[in-house]
Ligand binder design. Structure first.
Ligand code: GTP
Ligand code: MG
Length: 575
Protein backbone atom coordinates (compact mmCIF):
# COMPACT_ATOMS: atom_id res chain seq x y z
CA UNK A 1 0.00 0.00 0.00
CA UNK A 2 2.84 2.32 0.85
CA UNK A 3 3.92 2.02 -2.74
CA UNK A 4 0.78 3.65 -3.92
CA UNK A 5 0.94 6.69 -1.64
CA UNK A 6 2.83 8.50 -4.33
CA UNK A 7 0.03 8.02 -6.81
CA UNK A 8 -2.63 8.88 -4.26
CA UNK A 9 -0.84 12.14 -3.63
CA UNK A 10 -0.60 12.88 -7.30
CA UNK A 11 -4.16 12.09 -8.29
CA UNK A 12 -5.82 12.55 -4.89
CA UNK A 13 -7.43 15.89 -5.72
CA UNK A 14 -8.98 14.78 -9.00
CA UNK A 15 -9.99 11.58 -7.27
CA UNK A 16 -11.84 13.54 -4.58
CA UNK A 17 -13.52 15.78 -7.15
CA UNK A 18 -14.76 12.69 -8.92
CA UNK A 19 -16.02 11.36 -5.59
CA UNK A 20 -17.98 14.57 -5.19
CA UNK A 21 -19.73 13.98 -8.52
CA UNK A 22 -20.24 10.39 -7.58
CA UNK A 23 -21.95 11.39 -4.33
CA UNK A 24 -24.12 13.89 -6.19
CA UNK A 25 -25.13 11.17 -8.61
CA UNK A 26 -25.96 8.76 -5.80
CA UNK A 27 -28.05 11.38 -3.98
CA UNK A 28 -30.00 12.08 -7.19
CA UNK A 29 -30.61 8.36 -7.63
CA UNK A 30 -31.81 8.03 -4.07
CA UNK A 31 -34.22 10.96 -4.26
CA UNK A 32 -36.12 9.58 -7.21
CA UNK A 33 -38.21 6.79 -5.59
CA UNK A 34 -39.29 9.13 -2.78
CA UNK A 35 -40.32 11.84 -5.27
CA UNK A 36 -42.14 9.18 -7.24
CA UNK A 37 -44.00 7.89 -4.21
CA UNK A 38 -45.23 11.45 -3.61
CA UNK A 39 -46.49 11.70 -7.16
CA UNK A 40 -48.41 8.44 -6.71
CA UNK A 41 -49.65 8.94 -3.16
CA UNK A 42 -50.44 12.66 -3.36
CA UNK A 43 -50.73 13.64 -7.02
CA UNK A 44 -52.38 10.53 -8.44
CA UNK A 45 -54.42 9.58 -5.35
CA UNK A 46 -55.88 13.09 -5.04
CA UNK A 47 -56.04 13.61 -8.85
CA UNK A 48 -54.01 16.81 -8.51
CA UNK A 49 -52.53 17.35 -11.99
CA UNK A 50 -50.61 20.48 -10.98
CA UNK A 51 -48.86 18.58 -8.21
CA UNK A 52 -48.04 15.78 -10.62
CA UNK A 53 -46.58 18.24 -13.14
CA UNK A 54 -44.54 20.28 -10.68
CA UNK A 55 -43.19 17.27 -8.81
CA UNK A 56 -42.57 15.54 -12.16
CA UNK A 57 -40.53 18.60 -13.19
CA UNK A 58 -38.54 18.34 -9.96
CA UNK A 59 -37.88 14.68 -10.72
CA UNK A 60 -36.65 15.57 -14.21
CA UNK A 61 -34.35 18.22 -12.78
CA UNK A 62 -32.89 15.76 -10.26
CA UNK A 63 -32.35 13.22 -13.06
CA UNK A 64 -30.61 15.84 -15.20
CA UNK A 65 -28.24 16.78 -12.39
CA UNK A 66 -27.53 13.08 -11.86
CA UNK A 67 -26.74 12.64 -15.56
CA UNK A 68 -24.32 15.58 -15.61
CA UNK A 69 -22.61 14.27 -12.48
CA UNK A 70 -22.32 10.80 -14.05
CA UNK A 71 -20.69 12.24 -17.17
CA UNK A 72 -18.21 14.24 -15.11
CA UNK A 73 -17.11 11.32 -12.96
CA UNK A 74 -16.75 9.15 -16.04
CA UNK A 75 -14.44 11.69 -17.63
CA UNK A 76 -12.45 12.14 -14.44
CA UNK A 77 -12.16 8.46 -13.65
CA UNK A 78 -10.87 7.70 -17.14
CA UNK A 79 -8.35 10.52 -16.84
CA UNK A 80 -7.07 9.36 -13.47
CA UNK A 81 -6.99 5.63 -14.20
CA UNK A 82 -5.25 6.01 -17.55
CA UNK A 83 -2.65 8.40 -16.18
CA UNK A 84 -2.13 6.28 -13.13
CA UNK A 85 -1.71 3.16 -15.26
CA UNK A 86 0.80 4.81 -17.57
CA UNK A 87 2.76 6.18 -14.64
CA UNK A 88 2.79 2.88 -12.79
CA UNK A 89 3.91 1.04 -15.90
CA UNK A 90 6.70 3.50 -16.49
CA UNK A 91 7.84 3.39 -12.84
CA UNK A 92 7.83 -0.39 -12.95
CA UNK A 93 9.85 -0.37 -16.15
CA UNK A 94 12.39 1.98 -14.57
CA UNK A 95 12.56 -0.25 -11.51
CA UNK A 96 13.22 -3.32 -13.65
CA UNK A 97 15.95 -1.41 -15.44
CA UNK A 98 17.59 -0.39 -12.21
CA UNK A 99 17.83 -3.95 -10.94
CA UNK A 100 21.03 -5.94 -11.16
CA UNK A 101 21.25 -9.19 -13.08
CA UNK A 102 21.19 -11.10 -9.85
CA UNK A 103 17.85 -9.48 -8.97
CA UNK A 104 16.35 -10.03 -12.39
CA UNK A 105 17.47 -13.66 -12.47
CA UNK A 106 15.12 -14.24 -9.56
CA UNK A 107 12.11 -13.41 -11.72
CA UNK A 108 11.02 -15.32 -14.72
CA UNK A 109 11.42 -12.97 -17.70
CA UNK A 110 7.95 -13.84 -19.00
CA UNK A 111 6.46 -13.01 -15.65
CA UNK A 112 8.10 -9.59 -15.73
CA UNK A 113 6.31 -8.98 -19.01
CA UNK A 114 2.91 -10.00 -17.60
CA UNK A 115 3.55 -7.86 -14.57
CA UNK A 116 4.24 -4.86 -16.77
CA UNK A 117 1.21 -5.39 -18.98
CA UNK A 118 -1.59 -7.49 -17.56
CA UNK A 119 -1.03 -6.80 -13.88
CA UNK A 120 -0.76 -3.07 -14.32
CA UNK A 121 -3.90 -3.27 -16.42
CA UNK A 122 -5.82 -5.07 -13.67
CA UNK A 123 -4.86 -2.47 -11.11
CA UNK A 124 -5.81 0.27 -13.55
CA UNK A 125 -9.22 -1.32 -14.18
CA UNK A 126 -9.73 -1.48 -10.45
CA UNK A 127 -8.85 2.18 -9.94
CA UNK A 128 -11.27 3.09 -12.70
CA UNK A 129 -13.94 0.83 -11.21
CA UNK A 130 -13.34 2.24 -7.78
CA UNK A 131 -13.91 5.77 -8.99
CA UNK A 132 -17.02 4.86 -10.91
CA UNK A 133 -18.82 2.46 -8.64
CA UNK A 134 -16.88 1.51 -5.59
CA UNK A 135 -17.89 4.58 -3.60
CA UNK A 136 -21.23 4.97 -5.28
CA UNK A 137 -22.36 1.45 -4.50
CA UNK A 138 -21.95 1.60 -0.72
CA UNK A 139 -23.38 5.11 -0.78
CA UNK A 140 -26.46 3.99 -2.68
CA UNK A 141 -26.68 0.90 -0.53
CA UNK A 142 -26.53 2.70 2.80
CA UNK A 143 -28.55 5.66 1.50
CA UNK A 144 -31.15 3.27 0.11
CA UNK A 145 -31.38 1.50 3.45
CA UNK A 146 -31.89 4.76 5.32
CA UNK A 147 -34.43 6.14 2.86
CA UNK A 148 -36.35 2.88 2.78
CA UNK A 149 -36.43 2.57 6.57
CA UNK A 150 -37.60 6.15 6.92
CA UNK A 151 -40.24 5.61 4.28
CA UNK A 152 -41.63 2.54 5.96
CA UNK A 153 -40.11 1.02 9.09
CA UNK A 154 -42.40 -1.97 8.93
CA UNK A 155 -41.18 -3.16 5.56
CA UNK A 156 -37.59 -2.54 6.64
CA UNK A 157 -37.69 -5.84 8.58
CA UNK A 158 -37.14 -7.57 5.24
CA UNK A 159 -33.96 -5.57 4.76
CA UNK A 160 -32.69 -6.66 8.16
CA UNK A 161 -32.81 -10.26 6.93
CA UNK A 162 -31.66 -9.81 3.32
CA UNK A 163 -28.68 -7.52 3.82
CA UNK A 164 -26.64 -9.71 6.23
CA UNK A 165 -27.15 -12.78 4.02
CA UNK A 166 -25.94 -10.89 0.97
CA UNK A 167 -23.01 -9.51 2.95
CA UNK A 168 -22.00 -13.05 3.86
CA UNK A 169 -22.13 -14.10 0.22
CA UNK A 170 -19.87 -11.25 -0.79
CA UNK A 171 -17.38 -12.12 1.92
CA UNK A 172 -17.27 -15.78 0.90
CA UNK A 173 -16.92 -14.80 -2.72
CA UNK A 174 -13.81 -12.81 -1.92
CA UNK A 175 -12.32 -15.31 0.45
CA UNK A 176 -12.66 -18.23 -1.94
CA UNK A 177 -11.96 -16.35 -5.15
CA UNK A 178 -8.60 -14.87 -4.27
CA UNK A 179 -6.44 -18.02 -4.46
CA UNK A 180 -8.09 -18.94 -7.75
CA UNK A 181 -7.12 -15.68 -9.35
CA UNK A 182 -3.56 -16.05 -8.15
CA UNK A 183 -3.45 -19.36 -10.02
CA UNK A 184 -4.94 -17.83 -13.17
CA UNK A 185 -2.20 -15.22 -13.15
CA UNK A 186 0.51 -17.88 -12.81
CA UNK A 187 -0.91 -19.85 -15.74
CA UNK A 188 -0.94 -16.71 -17.82
CA UNK A 189 2.76 -16.35 -17.04
CA UNK A 190 3.38 -19.82 -18.32
CA UNK A 191 1.50 -19.20 -21.58
CA UNK A 192 3.56 -16.06 -22.11
CA UNK A 193 6.76 -17.93 -21.29
CA UNK A 194 6.10 -20.70 -23.79
CA UNK A 195 5.15 -18.19 -26.45
CA UNK A 196 8.25 -16.13 -25.86
CA UNK A 197 10.54 -19.11 -26.02
CA UNK A 198 8.89 -20.34 -29.17
CA UNK A 199 9.18 -16.98 -30.90
CA UNK A 200 12.82 -16.53 -30.03
CA UNK A 201 13.66 -20.01 -31.25
CA UNK A 202 11.25 -20.27 -34.14
CA UNK A 203 13.94 -21.15 -36.68
CA UNK A 204 15.35 -23.96 -34.61
CA UNK A 205 11.87 -25.30 -33.95
CA UNK A 206 11.19 -25.44 -37.68
CA UNK A 207 14.59 -26.86 -38.54
CA UNK A 208 14.19 -29.70 -36.07
CA UNK A 209 10.59 -30.29 -37.07
CA UNK A 210 9.60 -29.85 -33.47
CA UNK A 211 6.51 -27.94 -34.41
CA UNK A 212 4.10 -30.51 -32.96
CA UNK A 213 6.07 -30.67 -29.77
CA UNK A 214 5.90 -26.91 -29.37
CA UNK A 215 2.20 -26.89 -30.23
CA UNK A 216 1.67 -29.51 -27.54
CA UNK A 217 3.63 -27.50 -25.05
CA UNK A 218 1.61 -24.42 -25.87
CA UNK A 219 -1.70 -26.29 -25.78
CA UNK A 220 -0.77 -27.69 -22.42
CA UNK A 221 -0.07 -24.24 -20.97
CA UNK A 222 -3.12 -22.85 -22.69
CA UNK A 223 -5.40 -25.58 -21.39
CA UNK A 224 -4.08 -25.06 -17.93
CA UNK A 225 -4.96 -21.38 -18.18
CA UNK A 226 -8.37 -22.35 -19.46
CA UNK A 227 -9.13 -24.78 -16.63
CA UNK A 228 -7.82 -22.38 -14.01
CA UNK A 229 -9.89 -19.53 -15.43
CA UNK A 230 -12.97 -21.71 -15.61
CA UNK A 231 -12.67 -22.84 -12.02
CA UNK A 232 -12.10 -19.26 -10.90
CA UNK A 233 -15.15 -18.08 -12.79
CA UNK A 234 -17.16 -21.04 -11.55
CA UNK A 235 -16.61 -19.97 -7.97
CA UNK A 236 -17.59 -16.45 -8.86
CA UNK A 237 -20.58 -17.53 -10.88
CA UNK A 238 -22.29 -19.18 -7.92
CA UNK A 239 -22.37 -16.02 -5.88
CA UNK A 240 -23.85 -13.42 -8.22
CA UNK A 241 -27.07 -15.39 -8.84
CA UNK A 242 -27.26 -16.29 -5.15
CA UNK A 243 -27.18 -12.60 -4.24
CA UNK A 244 -29.74 -11.80 -6.93
CA UNK A 245 -32.04 -14.56 -5.70
CA UNK A 246 -31.86 -13.43 -2.08
CA UNK A 247 -32.74 -9.85 -2.94
CA UNK A 248 -35.54 -10.90 -5.28
CA UNK A 249 -37.00 -13.06 -2.52
CA UNK A 250 -36.83 -9.95 -0.37
CA UNK A 251 -38.79 -7.97 -2.97
CA UNK A 252 -41.44 -10.69 -3.05
CA UNK A 253 -41.64 -10.49 0.73
CA UNK A 254 -42.08 -6.69 0.57
CA UNK A 255 -44.84 -6.99 -2.02
CA UNK A 256 -46.58 -9.64 0.04
CA UNK A 257 -46.33 -7.76 3.34
CA UNK A 258 -47.17 -4.44 1.66
CA UNK A 259 -50.10 -6.02 -0.17
CA UNK A 260 -51.52 -7.41 3.06
CA UNK A 261 -51.17 -4.07 4.82
CA UNK A 262 -52.65 -2.12 1.88
CA UNK A 263 -55.68 -4.39 1.96
CA UNK A 264 -56.25 -3.36 5.56
CA UNK A 265 -55.81 0.23 4.48
CA UNK A 266 -52.71 1.10 6.49
CA UNK A 267 -50.21 1.34 3.63
CA UNK A 268 -50.11 3.53 0.54
CA UNK A 269 -49.39 2.10 -2.89
CA UNK A 270 -46.72 4.73 -3.57
CA UNK A 271 -44.79 3.53 -0.53
CA UNK A 272 -44.75 -0.03 -1.77
CA UNK A 273 -43.54 1.05 -5.24
CA UNK A 274 -40.87 3.30 -3.74
CA UNK A 275 -39.80 0.60 -1.32
CA UNK A 276 -39.36 -2.01 -4.06
CA UNK A 277 -37.48 0.64 -6.03
CA UNK A 278 -35.11 1.13 -3.14
CA UNK A 279 -34.75 -2.61 -2.84
CA UNK A 280 -33.71 -2.83 -6.51
CA UNK A 281 -31.27 0.01 -5.99
CA UNK A 282 -29.85 -1.79 -2.98
CA UNK A 283 -29.72 -5.00 -5.02
CA UNK A 284 -27.83 -3.32 -7.80
CA UNK A 285 -25.41 -1.63 -5.49
CA UNK A 286 -24.75 -4.91 -3.70
CA UNK A 287 -24.14 -6.59 -7.05
CA UNK A 288 -21.80 -3.75 -7.90
CA UNK A 289 -20.00 -4.20 -4.62
CA UNK A 290 -19.50 -7.88 -5.31
CA UNK A 291 -18.31 -7.02 -8.82
CA UNK A 292 -15.88 -4.47 -7.47
CA UNK A 293 -14.74 -7.04 -4.95
CA UNK A 294 -14.06 -9.41 -7.81
CA UNK A 295 -12.06 -6.67 -9.45
CA UNK A 296 -10.42 -6.04 -6.12
CA UNK A 297 -9.47 -9.69 -5.76
CA UNK A 298 -7.82 -9.64 -9.15
CA UNK A 299 -6.24 -6.25 -8.60
CA UNK A 300 -4.94 -7.36 -5.20
CA UNK A 301 -3.24 -10.36 -6.78
CA UNK A 302 -1.80 -8.12 -9.46
CA UNK A 303 -0.79 -5.39 -7.05
CA UNK A 304 1.00 -8.02 -4.99
CA UNK A 305 2.98 -9.14 -8.00
CA UNK A 306 3.81 -5.57 -8.95
CA UNK A 307 4.78 -4.94 -5.34
CA UNK A 308 7.21 -7.86 -5.44
CA UNK A 309 9.14 -6.14 -8.20
CA UNK A 310 9.12 -2.81 -6.43
CA UNK A 311 10.15 -4.49 -3.21
CA UNK A 312 13.12 -6.17 -4.86
CA UNK A 313 15.99 -4.43 -3.21
CA UNK A 314 18.88 -3.81 -5.49
CA UNK A 315 21.60 -5.79 -3.76
CA UNK A 316 24.24 -3.71 -5.44
CA UNK A 317 25.35 -0.92 -3.22
CA UNK A 318 28.20 1.49 -3.61
CA UNK A 319 29.70 4.55 -2.00
CA UNK A 320 28.32 7.68 -3.64
CA UNK A 321 31.45 9.74 -3.13
CA UNK A 322 33.91 7.16 -4.45
CA UNK A 323 35.15 7.85 -7.95
CA UNK A 324 37.62 6.10 -10.18
CA UNK A 325 41.07 7.53 -10.21
CA UNK A 326 41.81 8.99 -13.60
CA UNK A 327 45.46 7.95 -13.46
CA UNK A 328 44.66 4.24 -13.37
CA UNK A 329 44.04 4.30 -17.12
CA UNK A 330 42.15 1.07 -17.31
CA UNK A 331 44.08 -1.24 -15.04
CA UNK A 332 42.15 -4.34 -13.97
CA UNK A 333 43.06 -6.59 -11.06
CA UNK A 334 41.49 -9.87 -10.05
CA UNK A 335 42.47 -10.80 -6.50
CA UNK A 336 41.54 -14.33 -5.39
CA UNK A 337 38.21 -14.07 -7.12
CA UNK A 338 35.67 -16.87 -6.75
CA UNK A 339 32.21 -16.68 -8.16
CA UNK A 340 28.96 -18.59 -8.49
CA UNK A 341 25.55 -17.62 -9.85
CA UNK A 342 22.29 -17.55 -7.95
CA UNK A 343 23.53 -15.18 -5.31
CA UNK A 344 26.59 -17.24 -4.54
CA UNK A 345 24.59 -20.42 -3.92
CA UNK A 346 25.08 -21.98 -7.33
CA UNK A 347 27.89 -24.19 -8.44
CA UNK A 348 31.30 -22.59 -8.31
CA UNK A 349 31.97 -21.07 -11.75
CA UNK A 350 35.26 -19.31 -10.98
CA UNK A 351 37.75 -20.48 -8.39
CA UNK A 352 40.39 -18.32 -6.79
CA UNK A 353 41.45 -16.33 -9.83
CA UNK A 354 44.27 -13.84 -9.51
CA UNK A 355 45.78 -11.84 -12.35
CA UNK A 356 46.16 -8.24 -13.57
CA UNK A 357 45.68 -6.46 -16.87
CA UNK A 358 48.00 -3.48 -17.01
CA UNK A 359 46.91 -0.28 -18.73
CA UNK A 360 47.26 -0.58 -22.48
CA UNK A 361 47.71 -4.33 -22.40
CA UNK A 362 45.84 -6.71 -24.64
CA UNK A 363 44.94 -9.80 -22.66
CA UNK A 364 43.61 -12.89 -24.37
CA UNK A 365 41.36 -15.29 -22.48
CA UNK A 366 41.02 -18.82 -23.75
CA UNK A 367 39.50 -22.00 -22.43
CA UNK A 368 37.03 -24.67 -23.39
CA UNK A 369 33.35 -23.91 -23.53
CA UNK A 370 31.82 -23.46 -20.09
CA UNK A 371 35.17 -22.77 -18.47
CA UNK A 372 33.95 -19.43 -17.12
CA UNK A 373 35.36 -16.89 -19.57
CA UNK A 374 32.17 -14.87 -20.00
CA UNK A 375 31.47 -15.05 -16.29
CA UNK A 376 34.96 -13.74 -15.57
CA UNK A 377 34.63 -10.61 -17.70
CA UNK A 378 31.07 -10.06 -16.47
CA UNK A 379 32.55 -9.19 -13.08
CA UNK A 380 34.46 -6.20 -14.46
CA UNK A 381 31.41 -4.04 -15.32
CA UNK A 382 29.84 -5.51 -12.18
CA UNK A 383 27.04 -7.40 -13.86
CA UNK A 384 27.48 -9.72 -10.91
CA UNK A 385 29.49 -9.45 -7.72
CA UNK A 386 32.32 -11.80 -6.94
CA UNK A 387 31.39 -14.28 -4.23
CA UNK A 388 34.88 -14.07 -2.76
CA UNK A 389 37.88 -11.87 -3.49
CA UNK A 390 38.03 -8.47 -5.13
CA UNK A 391 37.88 -7.12 -8.64
CA UNK A 392 39.58 -3.76 -9.00
CA UNK A 393 39.40 -1.28 -11.84
CA UNK A 394 41.98 1.50 -11.69
CA UNK A 395 42.90 0.16 -8.28
CA UNK A 396 39.41 0.70 -6.84
CA UNK A 397 37.15 -2.13 -5.71
CA UNK A 398 34.28 -2.24 -8.22
CA UNK A 399 31.84 -2.65 -5.35
CA UNK A 400 32.65 0.83 -4.12
CA UNK A 401 32.00 2.86 -7.26
CA UNK A 402 28.77 3.87 -8.89
CA UNK A 403 28.29 1.22 -11.61
CA UNK A 404 27.40 4.05 -13.98
CA UNK A 405 30.87 5.59 -13.66
CA UNK A 406 32.43 2.19 -13.91
CA UNK A 407 30.58 1.24 -17.06
CA UNK A 408 31.28 4.60 -18.65
CA UNK A 409 34.93 3.62 -18.84
CA UNK A 410 34.35 0.45 -20.76
CA UNK A 411 32.76 -0.95 -23.85
CA UNK A 412 31.62 -4.52 -24.13
CA UNK A 413 30.86 -6.64 -27.12
CA UNK A 414 28.79 -9.43 -25.60
CA UNK A 415 29.00 -13.01 -26.74
CA UNK A 416 25.39 -12.98 -27.82
CA UNK A 417 25.01 -10.01 -30.10
CA UNK A 418 22.13 -7.73 -29.33
CA UNK A 419 20.93 -5.16 -31.82
CA UNK A 420 17.96 -2.89 -31.42
CA UNK A 421 15.14 -2.02 -33.75
CA UNK A 422 16.08 1.15 -35.63
CA UNK A 423 18.65 2.07 -38.25
CA UNK A 424 22.25 0.87 -38.54
CA UNK A 425 23.34 4.38 -37.64
CA UNK A 426 21.24 4.45 -34.49
CA UNK A 427 22.62 1.09 -33.48
CA UNK A 428 26.23 2.20 -33.76
CA UNK A 429 25.47 5.56 -32.15
CA UNK A 430 23.94 3.66 -29.29
CA UNK A 431 27.49 3.31 -27.97
CA UNK A 432 27.87 7.08 -27.78
CA UNK A 433 25.00 9.46 -28.42
CA UNK A 434 27.05 12.44 -29.41
CA UNK A 435 29.30 10.62 -31.90
CA UNK A 436 29.72 12.50 -35.19
CA UNK A 437 29.14 10.82 -38.53
CA UNK A 438 32.91 10.65 -39.06
CA UNK A 439 33.52 8.95 -35.75
CA UNK A 440 30.75 6.51 -36.48
CA UNK A 441 32.09 5.69 -39.92
CA UNK A 442 35.60 5.25 -38.52
CA UNK A 443 34.32 2.78 -35.96
CA UNK A 444 32.42 0.92 -38.67
CA UNK A 445 35.54 0.81 -40.84
CA UNK A 446 37.66 -0.60 -38.02
CA UNK A 447 35.02 -3.24 -37.31
CA UNK A 448 35.04 -4.07 -41.05
CA UNK A 449 31.36 -3.20 -41.15
CA UNK A 450 31.59 -0.14 -43.39
CA UNK A 451 31.78 -2.08 -46.65
CA UNK A 452 28.75 -4.24 -46.14
CA UNK A 453 26.76 -1.32 -44.76
CA UNK A 454 27.57 0.73 -47.86
CA UNK A 455 26.55 -2.14 -50.06
CA UNK A 456 22.99 -2.14 -48.72
CA UNK A 457 20.71 0.24 -50.66
CA UNK A 458 20.05 2.46 -47.65
CA UNK A 459 23.59 2.44 -46.25
CA UNK A 460 23.71 3.69 -42.69
CA UNK A 461 20.00 4.36 -42.80
CA UNK A 462 19.21 0.66 -43.38
CA UNK A 463 16.58 -0.68 -41.00
CA UNK A 464 17.57 -3.16 -38.34
CA UNK A 465 14.77 -5.57 -37.47
CA UNK A 466 14.09 -6.75 -33.94
CA UNK A 467 17.24 -8.39 -32.60
CA UNK A 468 19.00 -7.66 -35.91
CA UNK A 469 17.03 -10.39 -37.66
CA UNK A 470 17.85 -9.05 -41.16
CA UNK A 471 21.63 -9.28 -40.70
CA UNK A 472 23.88 -12.30 -40.79
CA UNK A 473 25.63 -13.52 -37.65
CA UNK A 474 28.99 -12.09 -38.72
CA UNK A 475 27.42 -8.80 -39.79
CA UNK A 476 25.70 -8.48 -36.45
CA UNK A 477 28.96 -9.13 -34.63
CA UNK A 478 30.72 -6.45 -36.65
CA UNK A 479 27.97 -3.91 -35.98
CA UNK A 480 28.21 -4.74 -32.33
CA UNK A 481 32.01 -4.23 -32.39
CA UNK A 482 31.51 -0.87 -34.14
CA UNK A 483 29.08 0.12 -31.42
CA UNK A 484 31.71 -0.60 -28.78
CA UNK A 485 34.55 1.12 -30.66
CA UNK A 486 32.64 4.36 -31.21
CA UNK A 487 32.67 4.79 -27.47
CA UNK A 488 36.44 5.18 -27.31
CA UNK A 489 36.57 3.35 -23.99
CA UNK A 490 39.53 2.86 -21.70
CA UNK A 491 38.69 -0.81 -21.35
CA UNK A 492 37.43 -2.85 -24.26
CA UNK A 493 35.99 -6.30 -23.70
CA UNK A 494 35.40 -8.53 -26.69
CA UNK A 495 33.64 -11.75 -25.75
CA UNK A 496 34.14 -14.15 -28.62
CA UNK A 497 33.09 -11.31 -30.89
CA UNK A 498 34.63 -12.59 -34.07
CA UNK A 499 33.44 -16.17 -33.81
CA UNK A 500 31.08 -15.76 -36.76
CA UNK A 501 33.50 -13.75 -38.88
CA UNK A 502 35.80 -15.39 -41.44
CA UNK A 503 39.51 -15.54 -40.64
CA UNK A 504 40.54 -12.95 -43.27
CA UNK A 505 38.08 -10.38 -41.93
CA UNK A 506 39.05 -11.22 -38.37
CA UNK A 507 42.68 -10.47 -39.20
CA UNK A 508 41.67 -7.11 -40.62
CA UNK A 509 39.65 -6.28 -37.52
CA UNK A 510 42.59 -7.26 -35.34
CA UNK A 511 44.96 -5.08 -37.33
CA UNK A 512 42.64 -2.11 -37.03
CA UNK A 513 42.21 -2.79 -33.34
CA UNK A 514 45.92 -2.99 -32.71
CA UNK A 515 46.34 0.59 -33.86
CA UNK A 516 43.19 1.74 -32.10
CA UNK A 517 44.00 -0.15 -28.92
CA UNK A 518 47.17 1.81 -28.19
CA UNK A 519 46.89 2.78 -24.55
CA UNK A 520 43.61 0.91 -24.21
CA UNK A 521 43.19 -2.14 -22.03
CA UNK A 522 41.68 -4.85 -24.13
CA UNK A 523 40.31 -8.19 -22.99
CA UNK A 524 39.87 -10.60 -25.80
CA UNK A 525 37.96 -13.83 -25.30
CA UNK A 526 38.28 -16.32 -28.09
CA UNK A 527 37.82 -19.95 -28.97
CA UNK A 528 40.41 -19.86 -31.76
CA UNK A 529 43.97 -19.83 -30.57
CA UNK A 530 44.97 -17.72 -33.56
CA UNK A 531 42.74 -14.92 -32.27
CA UNK A 532 44.69 -14.52 -29.04
CA UNK A 533 48.13 -15.76 -30.07
CA UNK A 534 49.71 -12.33 -30.36
CA UNK A 535 48.16 -10.83 -27.21
CA UNK A 536 50.55 -9.40 -24.61
CA UNK A 537 49.34 -11.97 -22.16
CA UNK A 538 47.06 -14.97 -22.40
CA UNK A 539 44.96 -16.27 -19.53
CA UNK A 540 44.00 -19.95 -19.77
CA UNK A 541 40.88 -21.08 -17.91
CA UNK A 542 39.85 -24.63 -17.27
CA UNK A 543 36.66 -25.42 -15.36
CA UNK A 544 36.75 -22.09 -13.59
CA UNK A 545 40.38 -22.34 -12.62
CA UNK A 546 43.25 -20.29 -13.92
CA UNK A 547 45.65 -22.89 -15.23
CA UNK A 548 48.10 -20.75 -17.11
CA UNK A 549 49.10 -17.18 -17.76
CA UNK A 550 51.80 -15.81 -20.03
CA UNK A 551 52.68 -15.25 -23.66
CA UNK A 552 51.91 -17.72 -26.41
CA UNK A 553 55.46 -19.05 -26.38
CA UNK A 554 55.75 -19.51 -22.65
CA UNK A 555 52.33 -21.19 -22.43
CA UNK A 556 53.20 -23.54 -25.25
CA UNK A 557 56.16 -24.59 -23.20
CA UNK A 558 54.58 -25.17 -19.83
CA UNK A 559 50.77 -25.10 -19.87
CA UNK A 560 49.24 -28.45 -20.60
CA UNK A 561 45.73 -27.17 -21.29
CA UNK A 562 47.09 -24.57 -23.70
CA UNK A 563 49.17 -27.20 -25.46
CA UNK A 564 46.07 -29.35 -25.85
CA UNK A 565 44.06 -26.50 -27.34
CA UNK A 566 46.96 -25.71 -29.64
CA UNK A 567 47.25 -29.34 -30.68
CA UNK A 568 43.56 -29.66 -31.39
CA UNK A 569 43.42 -26.50 -33.48
CA UNK A 570 46.78 -25.86 -35.12
CA UNK A 571 48.32 -29.28 -34.75
CA UNK A 572 45.73 -30.78 -37.05
CA UNK A 573 46.36 -28.23 -39.74
CA UNK A 574 50.05 -29.03 -39.69
CA UNK A 575 49.55 -32.76 -40.00
P1 GTP B 1 31.65 -20.31 -23.83
O1 GTP B 1 31.09 -18.97 -24.01
O2 GTP B 1 30.74 -21.39 -24.28
O3 GTP B 1 32.98 -20.48 -24.43
O4 GTP B 1 31.79 -20.56 -22.27
P2 GTP B 1 32.33 -19.56 -21.15
O5 GTP B 1 33.72 -19.92 -20.84
O6 GTP B 1 32.07 -18.17 -21.53
O7 GTP B 1 31.46 -20.01 -19.90
P3 GTP B 1 30.48 -19.12 -19.03
O8 GTP B 1 31.26 -18.19 -18.19
O9 GTP B 1 29.41 -18.55 -19.86
O10 GTP B 1 29.81 -20.23 -18.09
C1 GTP B 1 30.50 -20.85 -17.05
C2 GTP B 1 29.53 -21.64 -16.21
O11 GTP B 1 28.58 -20.77 -15.64
C3 GTP B 1 28.76 -22.68 -16.98
O12 GTP B 1 28.86 -23.89 -16.30
C4 GTP B 1 27.33 -22.22 -16.97
O13 GTP B 1 26.48 -23.29 -16.72
C5 GTP B 1 27.27 -21.22 -15.85
N1 GTP B 1 26.46 -20.04 -16.19
C6 GTP B 1 26.73 -19.15 -17.18
N2 GTP B 1 25.81 -18.16 -17.20
C7 GTP B 1 24.94 -18.43 -16.20
C8 GTP B 1 23.77 -17.76 -15.69
O14 GTP B 1 23.33 -16.71 -16.17
N3 GTP B 1 23.14 -18.33 -14.63
C9 GTP B 1 23.58 -19.48 -14.07
N4 GTP B 1 22.92 -19.97 -13.03
N5 GTP B 1 24.68 -20.13 -14.51
C10 GTP B 1 25.36 -19.63 -15.55
MG1 MG C 1 31.15 -17.29 -23.05
Amino acid sequence: MRLYTKYIKKYGVVFCVSLFFLTLEAVCDLLQPTIMSRIVDVGVAQRDLNYVLSTGGLMLGVTAIGAVAATMRNLLSTYVSQNFGAQLRSDLFKKVQSLSFENIDRFDRASLVTRLTNDVNQVQVFVNGMMRIFVKAPLTCIGGLIMATQLNPRLAVVLAVVVPIVGLFIYLNMKIGFPFFMKVQQSLDRVNGVMREYLSGVRVVKAFNRFDFEVDKFSHANEELQTKSISATRVMSIFSPAIMLTVNLGIVAVLWMGGLAAEQGDMQVGHIIAFTNYMTQILFSLMMISMVFNMFVRAKASAGRIGEVFAEENRMTWKEQESLRGDGKGRIDFEHVSFSYEGGHGESVLKDITFSCLPGETVGIIGSTGSGKSSLVGLIPRFYDATKGTVRVDGVDVREVDPKLLREKMAIVPQKTVLFTGTVKENIRWGKDEATDEEMELAARMAQAHDFIERTPDGYQARVGQGGINFSGGQKQRLSIARALVRKPEILILDDSTSAVDVATETKIKEALREYAQGLTCLLIAQRITSVMDADKIVVLDQGELVGIGTHESLLKDCRVYQEIFQSQIGKEVQ
